[in-house]
Write a protein of this length. Structure first.
Length: 646
C-alpha cells in the first residue's frame, strides 16, 4: 500500500522548538487562551512566537517560520504543545525511528501488504498502519500472514517486538497486536506488569516478575515502592508492623519502634516500659531505693543535699533531705521525711535503703557526723514516719532481714568494725568483728534462710593483688570464712552493692576489675556445691581502664541487683552510660550460663531494682531533664515479655 504521509503543517510543527517567554511581536489580539494554558495570556496566539510547554497547544506553532521557545537539547514542540526529542530529525536513545525522517521499514516482509511502515508520534514503527493481506479472513493462516484468528505464525514471539516476555495476539485485519508484550526491568509498566522499578531484583518491593511484593506498594514509572505500614507485614525499612498505622502503641504510624518499647514477630507485638516521672528537681539526687508494698505498689525514698558554707566554721556543709515518694494510680507525690545538716558529701547506695517488711515500709539512712545520731531508722505508721537513732562512727551498710535490722559499722574509728542486729537504740547484738579488715566498704547480705553474710575486700601492695573474702555468721557469736580468694588483674574493685541473696539460701558476690589495663570485666563469685567458681558476666571494656600505684582511676559502673521469681540472680546497668539513648543490660544466670537481656530506655542511671513474682522488673532511675541543671527521678516498669533476650 502507499505509505502514510504526514501533512506539511504537522511536519513543520514537529520541527519547531519552544519556551514560555512573553511576546516578541505586538499582540495579535487573541488574549483568551484555553483551559490548561499556563503561560502569560498575551503569549497565546500572538502571531509571533510558538510557545511550547504552556500546558495547551499554541496555535502559533502551526505557522511556519515563527520563533519557537521552551525546548532544550534539540527538542521539538509536538502537536500537543510539549517538548520532545521525537521529531528532532535524529533517532535518539529509546526511539525506533523519528517522525522527521523518511520511513525506512517495509510492511511486506512482516506479512502485510507492501508499503512503508510509518513512524508514529511516539517515535516507534507503527506496524498497525500496515494494511493486511487480501487473504485475511479466510480462516486460514496463509504463508504470507503473520496471524489470523487465534493462530500466530510459528517462531514469532514478543522478542521480535523488542520485548522479552508476554504474549502476542491477532487483531482484526490479521495484524499482530503486541500490547501483551513487556520487558520486566526496563522501568515501563506494560501488559500484565503492575510495577516496574527498572530492575529484576527481588526484595525491594517490585519483584523479578514486575508485580508488587507482599507488604509493599508501588507507583509511577519507573516504579517507586515503599512498605505498606499497618498491614502486619514487616518489610524494607520497617522496624515493626503491628497491623495498624497508629502511634503511641509501641509501633509508630511510620512503622518504627517507639521510645522505651520493644517489638517482635509478624505482625509485631510490642511491649513498652511504663515510665512515670516521680519528680523533677534542680538538686542533684545522690541515691535512692525502691520497694513494693504487699499489694505490689511501688514506694521510693531518695536523697539530695543543698550545699552551703557554714558562716562560723567556714566548713562546706549541706542541708540533707531524705524524701519519700508514693504513687496513687499513675500520679506520684513526694514528701520530706527528714532534713538535717551535715558535712558536704555524696550519699552512696549503701547509705540509703527502703524495705517492705510484713506490709510495713521501713527505711534507713546514714546522717554523717550528726550529733543526734548518724544511723536513722524509720518506720511508716499511720501515714507518719517514726524515727529511731544510733550513733556509730561510720556506717558501711544496713539491711532488713528476719524481722531485724543488720548493720555493719565502724564503732569508734575506721578500724573498729562491728556488727549490730536488732533495732537502733535496742540492739540485741553489738559485737566487734575481729580478724576482719577491709580497704573498701564492707557489705552485709541476708539470705532467704536467715543466714547473714559479710564480704570484705583487702588489697595487697601496689594495688596489684586483692582478696575477696566472704564470711558467714555460724552461730550467735562466731563468724567463719566460707570463701577467701585472691582476685586476678591489675586493679580490682568490688561492685558497690551488698552480696546478692538468692532464694535457695545461697549468696553471690561480684567484682569489677582490669586485666593488665587492656580489658575490664564484670565477674561473679558463685558457690557450686562445696566449691566456688568465678564466672565472667560481661565485658566492660567500653569504660576506662587506667590504674596507678595510688589506685585506679576509672568510670564508676552503677549496678543494681535482684533475684527473680525463679531464684535467678540479676545484675543490671546502663550501657554505655554516655549516649543520649542507651540500653539497660540485665545479666542473669540461667543454670550455669550467664545470659543477657536488653531494653532500650531513655538516658538514665539505675538506682535500685526489684523483680516481682510475675517476673516484672521495677526500676528506680535518675535521668537528665531537657531543662538545664535539672534532674528527673523516674519509676520504670518492664514486663518479662518486653525484654529483648540476646
Amino acid at each position: 500500500m502507499a505509505s502514510v504521509r504526514y501533512p506539511l503543517v504537522l511536519l513543520l510543527m514537529l520541527f519547531a522548538a519552544c519556551s514560555g517567554g512573553g511576546d516578541a511581536q505586538p499582540d495579535a489580539g487573541n488574549d483568551v487562551p484555553p483551559a490548561g494554558w499556563t503561560c502569560e495570556p498575551r503569549a497565546y496566539g500572538d502571531g509571533a512566537v510558538c510557545h511550547c510547554e504552556c500546558g495547551a497547544p499554541d496555535p502559533d506553532c502551526t505557522t511556519p517560520g515563527l520563533i519557537v521557545t521552551g525546548c532544550i537539547n534539540n527538542e521539538v514542540c509536538t502537536p500537543a504543545g510539549t517538548c520532545s526529542e521525537c521529531g528532532n530529525g535524529a533517532v535518539n536513545a529509546g526511539e525506533a525511528c523519528d517522525v522527521a525522517l523518511p520511513a525506512q521499514a517495509e510492511c511486506g516482509p512482516l506479512g502485510f501488504e507492501p508499503g512503508q511502515v510509518p513512524c508514529n508520534a511516539s517515535c516507534e514503527w507503527a506496524y498497525d498502519q500496515c494494511a493486511p493481506l487480501v487473504t485475511c479472513g479466510n480462516g486460514m493462516l496463509d504463508p504470507a500472514e503473520l496471524c489470523e484468528g487465534t493462530a500466530i505464525k510459528p517462531g514469532l514471539d514478543c522478542t521480535d517486538y523488542n520485548r522479552t516476555s508476554g504474549t502476542l495476539s491477532c487483531s482484526s485485519g490479521c495484524m499482530i497486536n503486541s500490547s501483551g508484550c513487556y520487558t520486566c526491568g526496563d522501568g515501563k509498566i506494560e501488559a500484565v506488569e503492575t510495577c516496574d522499578d527498572g530492575n529484576t531484583t527481588n526484595g525491594n518491593g517490585c519483584s523479578s516478575t514486575c508485580a508488587p511484593e507482599t507488604g509493599w506498594q508501588c507507583s509511577g514509572q519507573p516504579s517507586v515502592c515503599s512498605p505498606k505500614c499497618g498491614d502486619g507485614m514487616r518489610v524494607g525499612n520497617e522496624a515493626c508492623d503491628d497491623s495498624n498505622a497508629n502511634s503511641n502503641d509501641g509501633c509508630s504510624a511510620t512503622c518504627q519502634v517507639e521510645q522505651d518499647c520493644t517489638c517482635s514477630g509478624t505482625p509485631s507485638v510490642c511491649s513498652c516500659a511504663v515510665t512515670q516521672l516521680i519528680t523533677t528537681t534542680t538538686q542533684s539526687i545522690d541515691t535512692g531505693s525502691l520497694a513494693l508494698d504487699s499489694s505490689g505498689q511501688p514506694h521510693a525514698i531518695y536523697y539530695y543535699g543543698i550545699d552551703y558554707t557554714d558562716p562560723v566554721t567556714n566548713y562546706l556543709m549541706e542541708h540533707g533531705h531524705a524524701m519519700y515518694a508514693t504513687r496513687s494510680g499513675t500520679s506520684w507525690g513526694t514528701s520530706l521525711m527528714q532534713m538535717w545538716d551535715q558535712t558536704r558529701s555524696i550519699m552512696r547506695p549503701e547509705y540509703f535503703a527502703l524495705e517492705s517488711d510484713g506490709g510495713t515500709m521501713r527505711a534507713y539512712f546514714h546522717r554523717l557526723y550528726n550529733t543526734g545520731g548518724t544511723f536513722a531508722a524509720a518506720t511508716l505508721s499511720g501515714g507518719n514516719w517514726q524515727f529511731a537513732y544510733d550513733n556509730p562512727y561510720y556506717i558501711y551498710g544496713a539491711l532488713r532481714g528476719g524481722g531485724n535490722w543488720h548493720a555493719l559499722v565502724a564503732g569508734s574509728g575506721i578500724g573498729d568494725l562491728r556488727y549490730y542486729m536488732g533495732s537502733p537504740g535496742a540492739w540485741t547484738r553489738n559485737e566487734p568483728l575481729t580478724g576482719f579488715s577491709t580497704n573498701y566498704p564492707a557489705r552485709l547480705g541476708h539470705a532467704s534462710n536467715g543466714d547473714v553474710y559479710l564480704t570484705t575486700i583487702t588489697r595487697g601492695s601496689m594495688y596489684n593483688t586483692y582478696n575477696l573474702k566472704l564470711s558467714k555468721r555460724l552461730n550467735a557469736t562466731t563468724w567463719g570464712p566460707v570463701y577467701d580468694v585472691q582476685t586476678t588483674g591489675t586493679c580490682v574493685f568490688p561492685v558497690t552493692h551488698e552480696p546478692l541473696a538468692l532464694a535457695n539460701g545461697e549468696i553471690m558476690a561480684f567484682e569489677d576489675g582490669f586485666n593488665n589495663l587492656q580489658q575490664r570485666w564484670l565477674r561473679a563469685h558463685v558457690r557450686s556445691g562445696t566449691s566456688w567458681v568465678v564466672e565472667n558476666v560481661a565485658d566492660l571494656s567500653f569504660l576506662s581502664t587506667s590504674c596507678s600505684g595510688g589506685g585506679a582511676s576509672y568510670s564508676v559502673l552503677r549496678t543494681v541487683t535482684a533475684a527473680d521469681q525463679h531464684g535467678r540472680p540479676h545484675i543490671l546497668y546502663a550501657s554505655p552510660p554516655t549516649t543520649n539513648s542507651l540500653t539497660f543490660e540485665d545479666h542473669y544466670r540461667d543454670g550455669n550460663t550467664w545470659r543477657v537481656r536488653k531494653f532500650p530506655i531513655t538516658k538514665g542511671t539505675p538506682l535500685d531494682m526489684f523483680i516481682d513474682a510475675a517476673g516484672t522488673t521495677h526500676i528506680l532511675a535518675i535521668a537528665p531533664s531537657s531543662t538545664p541543671s535539672t534532674t528527673r527521678l523516674l519509676y520504670i516498669r518492664i514486663s518479662e515479655s518486653a525484654w529483648q533476650t540476646m
